[in-house]
Design a protein around this ligand. Sequence first.
Ligand code: KIV
Ligand code: ZN
Length: 535
Amino acid sequence: MAKDPGRVLIFDTTLRDGEQSPGASLNLDEKLAIAQQLARLGVDVIEAGFPFASPGDFDAVQRIASNVGSADGPIICGLARATKGDIKACADAVAPAARRRIHTFLATSDIHLEHKLRKSRAEVLAIVPEMVAYARSFVEDVEFSCEDAGRSDPEFMYEVIEAAISAGASTINIPDTVGYSTPGEFGALIDGINRHVPNIQDAVISVHGHNDLGLAVANFLEAVKYGARQLECTINGIGERAGNASLEELVMALHVRRSYYNPFLGREVTSQEPITAIRTEEIYKTSRLVSNLTGMAVQPNKAIVGANAFAHESGIHQDGVLKNRLTYEIIDARTIGLTDNRISLGKLSGRSAVRARLEELGYTLQGDDLDDAFARFKELADRKREITDRDLEAIVSDHTQQLEAYYQLLGVQVSCGTNLQPTATVTLSSIDGEQRTVASIGTGPVDAVCQALNQLVQVPNELVEFSVKSVTEGIDAMGEVTIRLRHEGRLYSGHAADTDVVVAAAQAFVNALNRLVNGLQHQPLHPQQAPLPVL
Ligand code: KIV
Ligand code: ZN
């Protein structure tokens, strides 16, 4: 049986696989804020990125390693293809962390070998131990993944795994890369590995999986029954295509149903010992932070963190819940950090109250950043009586998107109404100090604003999503706008909030354009789609 750490380890890949979600790219400050919150959440490992992808990705992993990778903090891990260049970059990036890991991978399925790697099984069997040993020359802790394990020939995979462990890998990850497996098959795969890999007792078995058939969480839970002790997952389940297994669903399933899972971990059915080290009260906050910073909205009916997950609309349910919560609720909302007795801030709240509340929400701001956020808070408090957590989140996530921005929106003015041609005048400044104003007409005020911005920026793009929702209830609520632009097949998202939805739309469009321009300048390499360089 594989090495047993005594509980189920949570390996968070929001900042690597999650960031591979179309349009979800994050800037350095945003990544750092998420990493800090993941540490508060209590994840065991943070996969902070793919350092070889670009200098920006390298810097982000290195910054996270220095700021979050303390001796009592999570292990900081970087991804590397099975090649020396990737592994060296990864080793350098994670070096500042007290506990560091290199995660290297190579595909083992015939379809990947033939069409992507153009390598024989014998070649793969030679590369894997060589690259694992190379990674071990930098760090003690090496993880090896058999990419597309779900469609690999198990007999061949057993040989690859044995070679990886012999070369020093202490975690073996089994990814269902294309989300093809069913729970029965996935559990059997883990069982087979445990029974047929002779040195499996020297490594922890990890699982990784995508949600193409909506089965990722179910597959992982089955894998736990057969000895998997590390789960690779993301906040809100974001990730490539249909996403990854969702951290909150896995953790809460193992928590709520621990009497069912306990025996598979060799514990008494009634044991109250937590199965993971996650501080569940941090779950909701983390979900909000990731959703705000990535611009990836959480569907209302999403398990655990969706807006409706704890709402009881139907009269019958409400009656039952009022009499006894257990009639229709299996989780107390407070377990994931949802409380209904929040103190709202207002016009008279001071800087330290705002800072403290922001810290509770996962945003640690200092110096100019705090000054800017506080100024925006005051501005909003003049227009809105009560400032809620949602308002604060909107203020700060807007602000973090504008850090490192190429363009700044300096002003927007529109005229529109009955029998008027909607017209927008927009002023933009660029990083090199140039300031320009143009006016444009459109089919409506938002269209006029976008036309004006496109004239200023001159980068062809297609608007593929424009959505507006109110941040809170009430007529004075801020409107939150999310925009997605497509340029040469890639998506770039931007979001912003303001009590004036046209201003929010203009800012969201500028935020998306900034990501687009940034993407053009630093096109990061995709770890799984880029060809493997010659060793
Ligand atoms: O889905 C996958 O196979 C991956 C690997 C790089 C672990 O993300
Ligand atoms: Zn993946």
